[in-house]
Write a protein that binds this ligand. Sequence first.
Ligand code: GLA
Length: 404
Amino acid sequence: MRLSAMLPLALLALASLAPAQTAMRGPVRPQAVAQTPPMGWNSWNFFAERVTDKDIRAAADQLVSTGMKDAGYIYVNIDDTWEGERDANGVLQTNSKFPDMKALADYVHSKGLKIGIYSSPGPKTCGGYAGSLDHESQDAQLYASWGFDYLKYDLCSFIPAVMEKQAPNDKAAQMRLMIAAYDKMGKALKATGRPIVYSLCQYGWDQPWEWAPALGGNSWRTTGDINAHWDRVYALLEEQKGLAKYAGPGHWNDPDMLEVGNGDLNLAENRSHFSMWAMLAAPLLAGNDLPNMKPEITAILTNRDVIAIDQDRLGHQARFIYAAGEVEVWARDLANGAKAIAVLNAGDNLYSTHPFHLDLAKLGLHGTQKAKDLWNGKDIDLTDNMPIELASHDILLVKIAAPK
Ligand code: GLA
């Protein structure tokens, strides 16, 4: 027998050894995911229900060609409206917008990216497509067989179809049903043996930060849906106060996906939105029209210094420190003793910052601090009581390498 003909036999022999070794070492744990907040792109905020296979391929291509992949955007996530009907065996089919999920996943993987999918614990998704109720293991196995790396699991119809039906007028029992449903999918994903990021989407009901990590949740939405208007972005930011202690490697608060580059957000607002999501150690899932992205939006989304705040290995989410009028100051501790500070003018004009003076003592700092302004890349000295002037909805984001 020639060597080349013997090789498959040798591989078979090796493969047959693997289970024995596994048995000796105990069950194989899927590799840990989301050790820093997941980064990527999701179809919902721009395409909503119009998304197709072609758009997902184009997004993957663009992540590569714009430099976003190199900056850390790895997950290409299909949101709602890919689902078709179940066949006679209960196996979920795709609809005509997604002719071949395995081929699509292979394509995204061939670019060095990962791919995500979406479902609901209810009978239907938010968009009215087939959900996973009573098919949790079957669906998890299907995602794994296609090669998916991320699941967003969105409550929606589970509320009327299960919670309100099985436990009318009993909120506590409804929450138990909800948590059990998320637990069920968490176990189903784990049983696939594939490392799959598990993203809970139930709008922050019943403090998911308290229970989601224990059932394998890698992130949980803390609020209702974002939209591409400053008032909404700011309202979501306000809801994050007090949640810092729940975030850490493998489990993150999710104030919803990015709207950077969408709707009527101006440049200052895009910068502030991106800066604050990075301060919050939020998943950075862009949601804009990548093939038509303007250079100034690419520049915001690929600012390496700001991304490094989000991705800091300690995973310490920013805390709200103080407000003076409409100016807010947030801070987060970074690896190697560094600190990031954000000063946000949430007011409607420049005069909201008159008078604003930075109070270093409130930040636990003493005397002049050498810092870097992460939006203009320049060094800046922060002195006690210094006045800071910011345009409406703009931000000063700095990193202090050696705070005193
Ligand atoms: C909900 C979610 C959104 C999106 C839509 C899809 O509203 O919160 O992020 O997934 O459903 O239908």
